[in-house]
Design a protein around this ligand. Structure first.
Ligand code: AHG
Ligand code: MN
Ligand code: MN
Length: 333
């Protein structure tokens, strides 16, 4: 059997491609992998914690029982407050940016993250995930600023997600291909399992919450209606798949092809998903795998963020499917 390629060996083997690499970036990725293992351990016995939590607000170790979102949020913060890799970070669970504590070294990177994606699925034991996005700081020195976090997706130096499912996978890109690593719990290492992932140019699966159909604009409805017509020559109808955890729906789309849509609607004209730590990182991954990511009218990666928790419509997946959806949404078809 070929020598197993661990995440750390993979990161070090690509370090030479980044002139002037100081090892900080490699350390940052290794810390993300460690945070993923810490969260995965908690996810793996979430149901039991709930049972324990039912005996009051403490578990058998006398620790406060935390909701998984809060646990994951705190695990990410604890992982990155001290090693001197970041100058600030932003989380879905925190209104403002999260400073590095006084007296601890500041790094040149910033981290935007969704610590636990798919929270509504936790109690049903359905796949959930963590999404992360890394930028270089723009401010010259001192504590990072909100502007350091609010950079367009094109400026990301790394984007990735962790999927806690039948196995735990870490998928990321630093701009040079998209690579997937699967956690081998027996050795506690993420091993390279999906090198250079490419998304099919067109798929045959669509993924969206059709419960919002009545809220969609006409073009969106016509696009989804078309995917359900019968036209063998055009490989229609598509199959419908919707998990309700963005990371899981996106991961399937990345591997199998097709399209995921959380479109604008009359209730949420800006869409539901957040730009900084959901749409932008997945858009970088999708584009680097040969796919596309749009609001329906604008490339996700080119949007200049105006707020840490800014929402955007997200149409993401196979290039041909996204282009076709855009034509319908823009009324060109
Ligand atoms: P989060 O759990 O981080 O708040 O994200 C939930 C998001 C995303 O995971 C998913 O695609 C979407 O919410 C599902 O929304 P609906 O329940 O409205 O379909
Ligand atoms: Mn989310
Ligand atoms: Mn979340």
């Amino acid at each position: 059997m070929a020598e197993a390629m661990t995440l750390n060996r993979f990161i070090l083997s690509t370090e030479h491609r980044h002139p002037g690499a100081t090892g900080e970036f490699s350390a940052l990725l290794s810390h993300i992998a460690l945070a993923a293992k810490v969260i995965q351990r908690e996810v793996s016995h979430a149901g039991l914690v709930d049972v324990l939590g039912a005996t009051g607000a403490v578990n058998v170790q006398g620790e406060e029982v935390k909701k998984l979102d809060v646990f994951a949020h705190e695990a990410m913060i604890r992982m990155f407050q001290y090693p001197g890799l970041l100058c600030t970070m932003a989380s879905e669970e925190e209104k403002d940016i999260i400073p590095i504590p006084e007296g601890f070294p500041l790094g040149k990177y910033i981290l935007n993250f969704d610590p636990l994606d798919g929270s509504s699925n936790i109690d049903a034991n359905v796949n959930i995930g963590t999404i992360f996005s890394v930028h270089r700081r723009r401010s010259q020195s001192g504590p990072g600023t909100p502007e350091d976090c609010m950079q367009p997706g094109t400026e990301q130096v790394c984007a990735g997600y962790v999927l806690y499912g039948t196995s735990t996978m870490l998928v990321f890109t630093t701009g040079d291909g998209v690579h997937g690593f699967t956690l081998d719990p027996s050795v506690g290492e993420f091993l390279l399992s999906h090198q250079d992932i490419r998304i099919p140019k067109r798929g045959s699966i669509y993924s969206t919450n059709e419960g919002n159909y009545h809220l969609w604009p006409d073009g969106t409805r016509r696009y989804i209606d078309r995917l359900k017509t019968i036209d063998k020559a055009k490989n229609l109808p598509y199959k419908a798949r919707y998990i309700g955890s963005l990371v899981a729906d996106f991961h399937r789309t990345l591997l199998y092809g097709g399209i995921f849509l959380y479109p604008a609607d009359s209730k949420s004209p800006k869409g539901k998903l957040r730009l900084l730590y959901e749409a932008a990182p997945l858009a970088m991954i999708c584009e680097r795998a040969g796919g596309a990511a749009s609001t329906g009218s604008e490339r996700i990666l080119e949007i200049q963020p105006e707020g840490l928790h800014q929402r955007v419509p997200l149409i993401i997946g196979s290039a041909d499917d996204v282009a076709e959806a855009e034509r319908y949404i823009q009324g060109k078809e």
